[in-house]
Design a protein around this ligand. Structure first.
Ligand code: ADP
Length: 350
């Protein structure tokens, strides 16, 4: 049984003509960690709030643990849905201690034991008597998470969990959050506009644009095989070359040349497509298939990220190329380029 099932869920806010969420269907397995990823205004928060029951869908159905909570004449209010919510600003009660924040609204006889259990889970034993202002941002977030988990929710919903954390803490909290949610056996849906957060933490990513689902897949699938131009450019860097599919859909011809690609069922010979190449799929070599001029270099420690301009008969391309950190190259230098085997993926327009 799925923990969450959305079936053609649509939401249009009053006074608006365009739906904020357009016919979204999505199933989340029990125990999975799914990220709703998209730019600002793509409908992520609305979708999260529809699952929580803070908004009502205009059409479609929502099932939680197999039970219909919205649609087809059903409506279950938020507090009866078994949903634990972690808000972007954590929404802790400033005048309550950590223990009382975590236990708030929990009325079972095992209250004290449960508070201790979830504080152990989030590694905050010893902090029971502290107040929120006596905690770091990361600790406050863990209190909010402990409060959400205390009631053993069917699903935990997290709105932009990393947005209030600085860069170093962010990387640490990604791992922490994943560890805590997995140890709790929780099913979680989180909202993010940051592709690095989404790739790092998720079992699956659901990419949204203008309220519509673009692609759902594991981080690897989304990065390696983006289905359309939007996903290819929103998640990771890429160059997209207009092309035509060759025989057996095993090659694509662009103005930079013809490249082999793995057969792709969605395309047939002669189709107009885009050839997507990631920065690590391009190699600087002495005798390349084509040549370009380095116009930008950014050192990241782990790599040297170059922009290489290639002029063809019909266009000028700025290719993002990932070089080894020690590569001896300079801006303005002319270099040969080669496309690595299996680096080209066929992508739809939209
Ligand atoms: P995201 O979380 O991806 O930034 P939202 O779900 O907040 O996107 O917003 C999706 C769309 O719905 C946007 O166009 C936004 O302006 C609109 N919207 C969000 N909340 C409301 C609201 N309460 N009333 C009217 N329009 C809203």
């Amino acid at each position: 049984m799925m923990a969450i099932e959305l079936q053609s869920v649509t939401k249009t806010y009053p006074g608006s003509t365009d739906p904020a969420v357009k016919s979204v269907s999505l199933a989340v397995e029990k125990g999975a960690l799914v990220t709703l990823l998209g730019p600002s205004g793509s409908g992520k928060t609305t979708l999260l709030r529809l699952i929580a029951g803070f908004e009502r869908a205009g059409a479609g159905e929502i099932l939680l643990a197999g039970k219909r909570v919205s649609g087809a004449g059903s409506w279950v209010p938020p507090e009866k849905r078994g949903v634990g919510m972690v808000f972007q600003d954590y929404a802790l009660f400033p005048h309550l201690t950590v223990a009382r924040n975590v236990g708030f609204g929990y009325r079972e006889p095992d209250k004290q034991a449960r508070i201790r259990e979830v504080l152990e889970l989030v590694d905050l034993v010893g902090y029971e008597g502290r107040y929120p202002h006596e905690l770091s941002g990361g600790q406050q977030q863990r209190v909010a998470l402990a409060r959400a988990l205390a009631r053993r929710p069917v699903v935990v919903l997290l709105d932009e969990p990393f947005s209030n954390l600085d860069a170093a803490l962010r990387v640490h909290m990604r791992l922490e959050l994943k560890r805590i949610l997995k140890n709790a056996g929780a099913t979680a849906v989180l909202v993010s506009h940051d592709q690095a957060d989404a790739l790092a933490i998720s079992d699956r990513i659901a990419v949204l644009k203008d309220g519509a689902l673009q692609q759902v897949g594991s981080p690897r699938e989304i990065y390696r095989f983006p289905e359309n131009r939007f996903v290819a450019t929103f998640v990771g860097q890429s160059v997209l070359l207009e092309g035509v599919v060759g025989a057996d859909a095993k090659s694509v011809t662009t103005d930079l040349g013809t490249f082999g690609c793995s057969p792709h069922h969605a395309f047939r010979a002669g189709d107009d497509v885009y050839a997507c190449i990631r920065p690590e799929g391009l190699e600087v070599v002495a005798e390349g298939a084509f040549q370009g001029i380095i116009t930008g270099l950014t050192y990241s420690g782990r790599s040297l990220d170059a922009v290489i301009e290639v002029q063809t008969n019909s266009a000028r391309h700025a290719l993002p190329v990932q070089l080894p950190p020690g590569a001896e190259v300079q801006t303005g230098q002319r270099v040969g380029l080669r496309v690595a085997p299996d680096a080209v993926v066929l992508v739809r327009d939209l």
